[in-house]
Write a protein that binds this ligand. Structure first.
Ligand code: HQG
Length: 184
């Protein structure tokens, strides 16, 4: 990977940390909807990383996962999903596809088969509509294990589903009766 791409990736990870988990690393706060002030974010980041409004625009518009959004007048920015800090990013409730997937690692199987899928440090359990994305998510944790989630049944049973702007399906938890391991 060339250096500028690598730099953007490092910057993207740092922005993720700030906007989803630890805004205090640059002494800023998020409002109740998860927004940070764009100029405060740029000022804070510029203490340790090279950043300009143009670079931030590039990350917002071209980040492969569309992780961030500006508000209407571009004075505020937030992460679309993935938070551990308690903010309400105004997710839209949706009817899920009949089947969703969750990519994880084999080392979590025993625990998941006992407790179901739980959000751990995040606000929601993250689910994917396709197996390929679930593989990418699972790979981050170790040897891939993919669960098939019976979203249709969950929905019929009253569980709520949300779709983030960047097309990640989110729900509060997935009890074991809705889970089946996908044979890879
Ligand atoms: C596991 C990335 C033991 C769960 C991705 C996962 C995603 C359990 C891990 C987004 C468990 C949490 C989120 C239980 C769940 N016992 N382990 N009962 N229930 N787990 O990173 O879903 O690149 O918080 O299977 O693409 O891996 O950051 O969640 O392995 O969309 O934009 O606990 O993060 O997006 O790990 O990933 P994570 P995730 P970004």
């Amino acid at each position: 990977m060339d250096k500028s791409k690598k730099d953007l990736e490092t910057l993207g990870k740092y922005i993720s940390l700030i906007l989803r988990h630890k805004p205090d690393v640059i002494n800023i706060t998020l409002d109740e909807h998860g927004y940070a002030n764009v100029s405060d974010l740029i000022n804070g980041i510029s203490k340790t990383h090279h950043i300009t409004k143009e670079i931030l625009d590039d990350i917002v518009n071209n980040n492969n996962k569309k992780r961030y959004s500006y508000n209407e007048d571009h004075t505020k920015i937030r992460a679309n999903q993935g938070h551990s800090v308690k903010v309400d990013v105004e997710l839209s409730a949706v009817t899920p596809p009949d089947v969703l997937y969750h990519g994880t690692a084999t080392r979590f199987k025993e625990s998941i088969d006992k407790d179901g899928l739980i959000p751990k440090s995040r606000l929601h359990v993250h689910l994917s509509s396709d197996i390929e994305t679930a593989k990418q998510v699972g790979m981050r944790h170790g040897k891939i294990l993919i669960y098939i989630v019976d979203a249709k049944k969950m929905y019929e049973d009253g569980f709520k589903f949300y779709l983030s702007l960047n097309k990640v399906y989110l729900t509060d938890k997935v009890p074991i009766q809705y889970l089946k391991v996908l044979n890879l």
